[in-house]
Design a protein around this ligand. Structure first.
Ligand SMILES: CCCCCCCCCCCCC/C=C/[C@@H](O)[C@H](COP(=O)(O)O)NC(=O)CCCCCCCCCCCCCCC
Ligand SMILES: Nc1ncnc2c1ncn2[C@@H]1O[C@H](COP(=O)(O)OP(=O)(O)O)[C@@H](O)[C@H]1O
Ligand SMILES: [Ca+2]
Length: 573
């Protein structure tokens, strides 16, 4: 075996063939030594993608040693399948000429791993939603994720949630010392819990008020990982190009880091929620409100509700104001895609954090900076809309592989505002259908899209009041019957927690009058089967119904970091 400061080299056996193994710089490679074979195929693995090195001949999942010889070691690494977005665990068993050489290899490879992958997590806090998606969260974690963490030497503390918001509250309140990241096994709703926990905790510790819509929020250091086990899995799909638990796990293990824009939603001077995928009014709000009644259907509830709401053919009046982003940098119709290592996103960092001190990784919360992000001329648009949506990223998902806005960027500090004006049912169906193909959904006369930094939505003056009064009455009737019906039949519900919410809504409704009737209207008063046209819809914020209609939204560039790397260009594989 030859070892110098930059190269380690020896001959090894894989099966019954002889190879030259070489560790040089960032790569470990092996090439067949066969004089007759002129092609001399080399397999090369970046050290940063090595998952583990084990003495002996080791099985993939069980880590059971098949044959414990002194001469063997097994290398586990990231293997790209098909188009390259799906990753699996590669394994190769090497047989060395002597035990000394074998030990040298394992030591050298482990040292290289430490040097070349300093940002790998060692300890993770994992939250499993046992009811998300097809209710396979626990099984996915224990059969696919946990064995890989163990192989990579990552320890984890696992919390199987028993109620909604448990994960968020845990992150906000408990001691997180020693954890390098938080992981959710579930859907976008579960991700949203972690997002709120991590952002809230970071602001608490930095003494920043989340409610002030003009404040520059403190970027979060704690990474978030997403193991997809939900209904839409949009966050996972849009940041990895696939929703596959093993691929996500491997990205977490190698410590990939992808910054992500977050949109804060305010009602007057109060923070309502954060969003990363979609804040949608009209169609998407109605679909969500309707789908909450059919949670027992699982992921299919969105298709069923989408169909029902489509049949209702509603449109809503609205006054939309937006602050345009710099159109010289990028545009939602420039036909580009935000891919791994995206130039637009990396160049945005300087603009978003002009006072970033890279030597100490410190961000200074500078008032002039936050104001500059809110500078510019607001544009106002009034009309009747089938839907108004705001998305910080493409929001691609298995239902829509290109997403709500295919050219949106994950981390450029902007969001895309999509406004679909009132149109005939066939026109709207064309718009929806284009989400499932590569056809441009913005190339329709009733659709507008703008790249923005902030948005305000209100009901046009005079339009709302009389409708509100009428609506309140109707909502009150419907809420009461609907909530009582659900309480009587908890079996049909997603979980006890929803029944709990119904109870709370009912109690609150009885106590508080009009403020609560607004909430109830959001949660229960949607009925696509109802015959009466309405002038107010609800907001769908990453799968949660918002309790306000008139909201303002602001994009916070690169506020959080995910264990991901964006979508790799498959032609580069
Ligand atoms: C004709 C086919 C039309 C397909 C239209 C697909 C549009 C898909 C856009 C997806 C945007 C996804 C944004 C992400 C939202 C999630 O955060 C959020 C929460 O997810 P979670 O439950 O996993 O926690 N998910 C959602 O709000 C779900 C929105 C899904 C909307 C799907 C609508 C399906 C529409 C089907 C219409 C059928 C009309 C047929 C007429 C003959
Ligand atoms: N144990 C639990 N019981 C009830 N609700 C839960 C529980 N754990 C998480 N939740 C909530 O369930 C909602 C949906 O979860 P999610 O994992 O996103 O599944 P889906 O993609 O099917 O909607 C989330 O908003 C989350 O807050
Ligand atoms: Ca963005």
């Amino acid at each position: 075996m030859e070892i110098d400061s930059v190269r380690v080299e020896s001959s090894v056996w894989i099966g019954n063939k002889r190879y030259k193994a070489l560790l040089s710089g960032w790569y470990f490679s092996w090439t067949e030594i066969d004089k007759r074979n002129r092609e001399r195929k080399t397999i090369s693995v970046p050290v940063s993608e090595v998952i583990g090195v084990k003495e002996g001949r080791v099985e993939i999942q069980t880590q059971k040693k098949v044959e414990d010889t002194d001469l063997d070691f097994t290398l586990f690494y990231v293997k790209r399948n098909g188009h390259g977005l799906s990753w699996s665990l590669g394994r190769t068993q090497f047989c060395c000429p002597s035990r000394g050489v074998r030990d040298q290899w394992t030591t050298q490879l482990r040292t290289a791993l430490k040097t070349h992958s300093p940002s790998r997590p060692h300890r993770l806090l994992v939250f499993i939603n046992p009811f998300g998606g097809k209710k396979r969260g626990k099984q996915i974690f224990h059969s696919l994720v946990a064995p890989l963490f163990e192989l990579a030497g990552i320890s984890s503390h696992v919390v199987v949630t028993e109620r909604a918001n448990q994960a968020r509250d845990y992150i906000l309140k408990k001691d997180l010392t020693g954890f390098n990241g938080v992981i959710c096994v579930g859907g976008d709703g579960m991700f949203s819990e972690l997002l709120h926990g991590v952002i809230g905790r970071t602001q608490q510790e930095a003494g920043v008020s989340e409610h002030d819509p003009t404040v520059m929020l403190q970027p979060c250091d704690l990474h978030i990982g997403v193991i997809p086990a939900g209904s839409t899995d949009c966050v996972c799909f849009a940041t990895m190009g696939i929703n596959d638990p093993v691929t996500s796990t491997l990205h977490i293990i190698i410590g990939d880091s992808q910054p992500l824009d977050v949109c804060s939603v305010h009602y007057q001077n109060t923070l309502v929620r954060y969003s990363v995928s979609m804040v949608g009014y009209g169609f998407y709000g109605d679909v969500l409100a309707e789908s909450e009644r059919h949670r027992w259907m699982g992921p299919l509830r969105y298709d069923y509700s989408g169909f029902m709401v489509y049949l209702c053919n509603r449109s809503y009046p609205g006054l939309v104001q937006y602050l345009p982003a710099d159109s010289h940098i990028s545009s939602p119709r420039d036909k580009t895609r935000c891919l791994s290592g995206c130039r637009v996103c990396s160049e945005s960092k300087e603009r978003l954090f002009p006072h970033f001190d890279s030597s100490s990784s410190l961000y200074s919360t500078n008032v002039s900076q936050c104001n500059s992000e809110l500078e510019g001329e607001w544009v106002t648009i009034e009309g009747r809309f089938k839907c108004v949506s705001l998305t910080c990223m493409s929001s691609s998902c298995p239902r829509s592989p290109e997403g709500l806005s295919p050219s949106a960027h994950l981390a450029d500090g902007t969001a895309d505002l999509i406004m679909v004006r009132e149109t005939n049912p066939l026109g709207f169906l064309t718009f929806l259908h284009r989400h499932t193909t590569k056809q441009d959904q913005f190339d329709l006369p009733f659709v507008e899209v703008h790249r923005v930094k902030a948005v305000r939505f209100s009901l046009p003056p005079g339009e709302a009041e009389e409708e509100e009064v009428e609506y309140e009455k109707e909502a009150d009737r419907e809420i009461q019957t609907s909530a009582e019906r659900e309480l009587e039949d908890p079996e049909k519900l997603f979980c006890g927690n929803i029944a709990g919410q119904s109870q709370q809504h009912l109690a609150g409704w009885k106590e508080r009058g009009s403020e609560t009737s607004r909430l109830k209207r959001q949660g229960f008063a949607c009925g696509p089967c109802c015959t009466k046209p309405r002038s107010v819809s609800v907001w769908n914020c990453d799968g949660e119904i918002l309790p306000h209609t008139e909201i303002s939204c602001r994009v916070h560039g690169q506020l959080v970091r995910l264990f991901a790397r964006g979508i790799e260009n498959s032609t580069m594989q």
